[in-house]
Design a protein around this ligand. Structure first.
Ligand SMILES: NC(=O)c1ccc[n+]([C@@H]2O[C@H](COP(=O)([O-])OP(=O)(O)OC[C@H]3O[C@@H](n4cnc5c(N)ncnc54)[C@H](OP(=O)(O)O)[C@@H]3O)[C@@H](O)[C@H]2O)c1
Length: 253
């Protein structure tokens, strides 16, 4: 059960090899987290994530195959995991692909991969998780969204729109679940130095996975609904969102 300070004891991580997810679990392990299931498609990254989470103090860490693009299988897969493991206090939706914007503009398959992973997969996974959490009567869904979804930018609008879709779904789901005992928290990081951005020049106000992790832990303690990392991006994007398009279009974003 989540304790009075908002610290979960058990977690299901969809996209279990994510750098941000592993940093988050390491910090949670130093609190009350004891039981973790890492679900993902890459055995190597799941195994190294499991080693790090165990070293941080979790005594029960399991890995399981899960593919975000297998949206039709999410209901059965997630409900089976809840049954097999006796439920979870936290479901962290961490999978995602940045994709190649240029490629997505000329190749429908690349656009489909980005949208199916980041939007369709996140939507079916969150809805499936919400049903299991409501049935057990408590728990939290955390979605790793992005400031990229706040306003689509020329340089990565396929990724941005896919994150905007997942973010909007999480907002609606959070409202629908209000009063049910199940909470939804949306996390909107800016540029994070992780596997996803390896080799890219860091954007201004970039963060490390550990900074996102700390913000998630603090957000859970406060039962926050939306968390920006770093927090000042909330104000930066409030301005960017309202800039007139002729001006927005000229920005080097
Ligand atoms: N890094 C950033 O700048 C940034 C900023 C804002 C938001 N975010 C979001 O934060 C989340 C975590 O990203 P990260 O920075 O931690 O990057 P990461 O380390 O690359 O993590 C992304 C994870 O998603 C998994 N994944 C991708 N496609 C999948 C699929 N079809 N099925 C299952 N798993 C799949 C990857 O697994 P594999 O090992 O199999 O590739 C990887 O473990 C993502 O949703 C991302 O959009 C990241």
């Amino acid at each position: 059960m989540i304790d009075a300070l908002g610290n979960p004891q058990s977690a299901l991580v969809l996209g279990g090899g994510s750098d941000i997810a592993v940093a988050t679990l390491e910090q949670m392990a130093a609190r009350r987290l004891r039981r973790v299931v890492l679900a993902g498609r890459n055995e190597g990254s799941l195994a190294s994530a499991a080693t790090r989470v165990e070293a941080a103090g979790c005594d029960q860490v399991a890995t399981v195959h899960f593919d975000a693009v297998d949206a039709a299988g999410h209901d059965a897969a997630i409900s089976d995991l809840f049954s097999q493991h006796g439920g979870f206090d936290l479901v962290l939706v961490a999978f995602g692909v940045l994709g190649d914007q240029g490629q997505a503009e000329v190749d429908g398959d690349e656009a489909l991969r980005i949208v199916q992973t980041n939007f369709t997969g996140a939507a079916t996974a969150m809805l499936a998780a919400s049903r299991s959490l409501v049935a057990q009567g408590h728990g939290t869904i955390v979605l790793l969204s992005s400031v990229a979804g706040e306003r689509a930018r020329r340089s990565n609008y396929v990724y941005g729109s896919s994150k905007a879709g997942a973010d909007a779904l999480a907002q609606g789901l959070g409202d629908a679940l209000h009063g049910s005992g199940v909470h939804v928290m949306i996390v909107r990081p800016g540029f994070v130095r992780s596997k996803m951005t390896e080799g890219m020049a860091p954007a201004p106000m970039s963060a490390q996975p550990a900074e996102v992790a700390s913000a998630i832990v603090r957000g859970l303690e406060k039962r926050a609904e939306v968390v920006y990392v770093p927090s000042k991006l909330r104000y930066v994007f409030a301005v960017l969102r309202h800039l007139p398009r002729p001006i927005f279009r000229r920005l080097p974003l």
